[in-house]
Design a protein around this ligand. Structure first.
Ligand code: ZN
Length: 488
């Protein structure tokens, strides 16, 4: 068989596993009867292991070697080979028995974390985190790095990103944000944000229609934790959480997930056969959800266009002028919980986590010192006192799941989104008019051409350079936040 056909067949097989696993997973999170959980987990585990074996087998190694020796590969095939080879080598560096023990540890740690958070008991989780960190440091050594062990862990989330770059970006961003937040004007009028679920559903569908999320290749369901999941390029689903006390959660959450989904729907379908489907990185993916949620969804142009409809659905808003509503939707204030934070203060939640996990990996901070270090940084950067570990260091699952190096992607998403929006605006001065009139086709087209269709054929930095002519920079985000929230 021709070599490149064999290569493509390998990824077609993996895509088939992915589709099956994703659909089982989606069903598990949205529809499945509760009693089915253990069997479903077993099935997903079995299929995932089979897929993993195909990525690490001797026959795949042989195929890799043959591809490396081959002549006449296209640029996309070469990129496919490079991405697959790096992943293969990372997988191969961890001894199978160690990996197995680690997977078991992480699943125990997640259960322990849930209980520890519930009971506000750091001591219940700390021993697990110590063990996870030992593994993470070991893995960093196995993967190899030049300057900092954390660099080795960043690859899974943000290929090419380093501590040196992040330190520089985040320090600048922190120094700009801290004074901006300190000088925020007082609170906004308290409005009634309650709404029944049916009405929220109608508005979510209305907003999805306005932003042209392709529901002929997707769907929206309700879950406790909202997510986007790709079954295949023509079936990209999202979920949202309807909170009857505050409809902002469902509306902006839906916009967020629709942003992720539109990215997935617009990736060139042929890239799946080369293992290059999917987003360029977690950060670039997040930039697309935040573009829809914040740069479109929370903008004056968009909100003005949907406000009359919202007032018709929600009688409590009928006597509220648009300026008051807009201020309520965009209220910014320092808080304790990352997932509830606004776009202005959000990055500081991330920078705090980044500084702490970098120090943990480096060995500059011990697990026992972590809660106090957490509380100290929340006071210093956000000016808030942390009343309990449950609302502090125990709030996120990421560390229990062994995801060290993941947090920076959230802030990188905001940084990239601001850069991309500036370029889009500069190229198309009609940008705001398009949003105001619900003309989303040209915006989606621009995103497809510049970001979406490329999948993993470009690294995050290549993508940003191609679009903006510059490397990653926090300046556009600082300009955006200062003009929106600055008092000057
Ligand atoms: Zn997201």
């Amino acid at each position: 068989m021709e070599l490149t056909k064999q290569w493509r067949d390998h990824f077609k097989q993996l895509r088939a596993f992915d589709e099956a696993i994703s659909l089982l997973y989606w069903d598990m999170r949205t529809q499945m009867p509760e009693q089915s959980a253990p069997l479903r987990a077993e099935t997903i585990g079995y299929l995932s292991t089979e897929a993993f074996k195909r990525q690490t087998s001797d026959s795949f190694k042989q195929l890799l070697d043959e591809m490396e020796a081959a002549n006449g590969l296209t640029a996309t095939e070469k990129r496919s080979l490079q991405v697959a080879k790096t992943q293969y080598e990372r997988n191969a560096k961890i001894p199978a028995s160690e990996y197995q023990a680690y997977v078991t540890l992480v699943s125990e740690a997640e259960t322990a974390w849930e209980k520890a958070k519930e009971q506000n008991d750091w001591g219940m989780f700390a021993p697990f985190l110590k063990k996870i960190l030992t593994y993470q440091r070991k893995f960093a050594d196995y993967f190899g790095y030049d300057a900092h062990p954390y660099d080795a862990l960043l690859y899974d989330f943000e290929p090419g990103m380093t501590v040196a770059q992040l330190d520089d970006l985040f320090e600048t961003l922190r120094d700009e944000l801290v004074p901006l937040i300190r000088n925020l004007p007082g609170g906004t009028a308290s409005l009634d944000w309650s709404m029944n679920k049916k009405a929220q559903e109608r508005i979510c569908h209305d907003w999805m229609r306005v932003v042209d999320y392709d529901l002929s290749r997707g769907r929206l369901d309700a879950t406790v934790h909202p997510f986007e999941i790709t079954i295949n390029r023509r079936d990209v689903r999202i979920t949202t959480k309807y909170d009857e006390a505050d409809f902002r959660n469902a509306l902006f959450g839906t916009m967020h997930e629709a942003g992720h989904a539109t990215y997935e729907q617009q990736i060139d379908e042929s890239l799946d056969e080369l293992g290059l489907g999917g987003g360029a990185s977690m950060g670039i993916h997040e930039s697309q959800s935040l573009f829809f949620e914040n740069f479109v969804g929370r903008s004056i142009a968009f909100l003005k266009s949907v406000y009359p409809n919202l007032q018709a659905e929600h009688h409590a808003l009928q006597d509220v002028d648009f300026e008051t509503f807009y201020a309520g939707v965009n209220e910014a204030k320092p808080s304790l919980i990352r997932i509830e934070a606004d776009e202005l203060t959000y990055s500081l939640h991330i920078i705090i986590r980044y500084e702490l996990e970098k120090a943990l990996i480096q060995g500059d901070l011990s697990v026992d010192e972590l809660p106090a270090a957490w509380n100290k940084l929340y006071k210093e950067y956000l000016g808030v006192d942390v009343p309990s570990d449950a609302k502090g260091v125990l709030q996120d699952v990421h560390w229990a799941g062994g995801s060290f190096g993941y947090f920076p992607s959230y802030a990188l998403g905001l940084i990239y989104a601001a850069q991309l929006t500036e370029s889009l605006r500069a190229e198309h001065p009609d940008f705001e008019t398009w949003i105001a009139t619900g003309e989303f086709a040209p915006i989606k087209q621009w995103l497809e051409t510049n970001v979406h269709r490329h999948g993993k054929t470009l690294t995050p930095n290549e993508l940003i350079r191609n679009v903006t002519g510059e490397d990653i920079s926090v300046r556009p985000l600082v300009r955006y936040l200062t003009s929106k929230y600055g008092t000057a």
